[in-house]
Write a protein that binds this ligand. Structure first.
Ligand SMILES: Cc1cc2nc3c(=O)[nH]c(=O)nc-3n(C[C@H](O)[C@H](O)[C@H](O)COP(=O)(O)OP(=O)(O)OC[C@H]3O[C@@H](n4cnc5c(N)ncnc54)[C@H](O)[C@@H]3O)c2cc1C
Length: 438
């Protein structure tokens, strides 16, 4: 019997568990750890609350989670409650699927001003991640600036722009729903260093901006390349750019029917955030493209910014004893191998890119490496104690472990508390989650 510890119950963690089950059948026992008492990582705390069909992928992971040879071990933080070295004593393979939960810094003056957030914090706030539930962004100003031209920036801009009725059927948490209903924002600027042909926004998500009840997107026609230049783009990007063209073609009097404007500011690099205590404006430098890279032109301007959310990428949190690649912001690894018996997968391996599905081949490839390493004798003989050994350690330390059964009780309580038409009302603090399991 082989024993695997997977650290992190997001997509990468569960796809890896699924792959291990396929490869080892009844010859494996898998413990899936999470620092939260609830599973599924960013499916719960990242994916937008108004995109419920995407969140439904977690049902697939339930199949693995409910099998006899897979356990969920929630409310245990690896690196704090238990060390990696302790897990390596107990399990044949330890697989880090801890994601990339820290915001990358902008690295410009004024970043520490009030009402400046990274997207991990801001998205965590509206999605009820316990770490960010108390964020309390001030939405009483006129203008929000969202930095970044990817799908996370689109999620953030859309959530800021939506009218309360547009959250029907979503699982946006109560504190965010209430704060957004009181929002006085009239302008949301999506700002990026490069141009319309360099956006990382997918067509469906970009198209949604054109269908909002009280907000209209605006692209300056002069910012768009000549239409014939779209021909060289790959089809998805071409479609996204066609949305930008449609936004640019919307007459002003039609846009003016909606009280909130979503403005695209291309070729703009943030240089400084300005304000006394709270952010008030942002200084930007106009850029030009030199071999695909944005380079400053020296021309600067200052635009109003009462709220700033930087959606510019994420970093993995280091864990004591695990080699870390500081530059890349993830564990140092060679195709998922960190040290003998220690692996990483998903965002913790490759950084924050790709969709939920991208983590599937990643999980399967990691298990293939483990199969090879077992064959090569790297993992030694199958003599480790696995979950039984962990349970003894947890009892000795007084850890309050949350099982999958406990999670199902928490889930049931969240579903019961849902407002009409919504799938659930999430608990936003760990204590409440623990209480809900009974
Ligand atoms: C805002 C946002 C929106 C997104 N929207 C979409 C979308 O609409 N569609 C789509 O396909 N993809 C989307 N993605 C991408 C998708 O969420 C990721 O591809 C995927 O979640 C990465 O999976 P992961 O398992 O590597 O990391 P995560 O999902 O982050 O899971 C990591 C898990 O590890 C746990 N963990 C971390 N550290 C420890 C520790 N020390 N001990 C124990 N547990 C720990 C965490 O609590 C978490 O549960 C979105 C991402 C973001 C940020």
């Amino acid at each position: 019997m082989r024993h695997f510890a997977i650290i992190g119950s997001g997509p990468a963690g569960y796809y890896t568990a699924e792959a291990a089950q396929k490869a080892f059948g009844d010859e494996v026992r898998i413990d899936v750890f999470d620092r939260l008492p609830v599973p599924y990582g960013l499916i719960r705390t990242g994916v937008a609350p108004d995109h419920q069909s995407i969140k439904a992928v977690s049902r697939r992971f339930e199949k693995a989670a409910l099998s006899d040879n897979v356990r969920f071990v929630g409310n245990v933080t690896i690196g704090e409650d238990v060390t990696i070295a302790e897990l390596q004593e107990l399990y044949d393979a330890v697989i880090l699927a801890t994601g990339a939960p820290r915001d990358r810094a902008l690295g410009i003056p004024g970043e520490d001003l009030d009402n400046v957030f990274g997207s991990a914090a801001f998205v965590g706030w509206y999605n009820g991640h316990p770490e960010f539930a108390a964020l309390a962004p001030d939405l009483s100003g006129n203008t929000a600036v969202v930095i970044g031209m990817g799908n996370v920036a689109l999620d953030v801009a859309r959530i800021l722009a939506k009218a309360p009725a547009e959250f029907a059927g979503s699982d946006i948490v109560a504190h965010a729903r209430e704060a957004l209903a009181e929002s006085r924002l009239q302008k949301i600027v999506i700002l990026g260093r490069r141009g319309p042909h360099q956006i990382m926004m997918t067509p469906k998500e970009l198209g949604e901006l054109g269908e909002l009840e009280r907000a209209a997107p605006h692209v300056a026609a002069a910012d768009l390349p000549a239409p014939e230049e779209d021909a060289i783009l790959e089809p998805g990007l071409r479609k996204s750019v066609s949305h930008l063209r449609a936004f640019a073609a919307t007459p002003e009097h039609i846009r003016a029917e909606k009280p909130v404007e979503i403005e695209f500011a291309f070729m703009s690099s943030p240089k400084a955030l300005i304000g006394k205590d709270k952010v008030e404006s942002i200084e930007i430098e106009k850029t030009e493209l030199v071999r695909g890279r944005a380079e400053g032109t020296g021309e600067t301007e200052t635009i109003r910014a009462d709220l700033v959310i930087a959606c510019i990428g994420y970093r993995t949190s280091p864990i004591p004893g695990v080699p870390f690649d500081e530059r890349a912001g993830r564990f140092a690894n060679d195709e998922g191998r960190i040290l003998p018996g220690l692996y990483c997968v998903g965002w913790a391996r490759r950084g924050p890119s790709g969709t939920i599905g991208t983590n599937r081949p990643d999980g399967y490839a990691t298990i293939e490496h483990i199969v090879e390493d077992i064959a090569a004798g790297v993992l030694g003989r199958a003599t480790r104690r696995g979950g039984v050994g962990f349970d003894a350690l947890a009892a000795e330390r007084g850890l309050d472990v949350v099982s999958f059964n406990d999670w199902k009780k928490i889930e049931e309580a969240e579903e019961k508390a849902a407002r009409e038409g919504a799938p659930r009302e999430k608990f936003v603090d760990v204590e409440a989650m623990i209480r809900a399991r009974g």
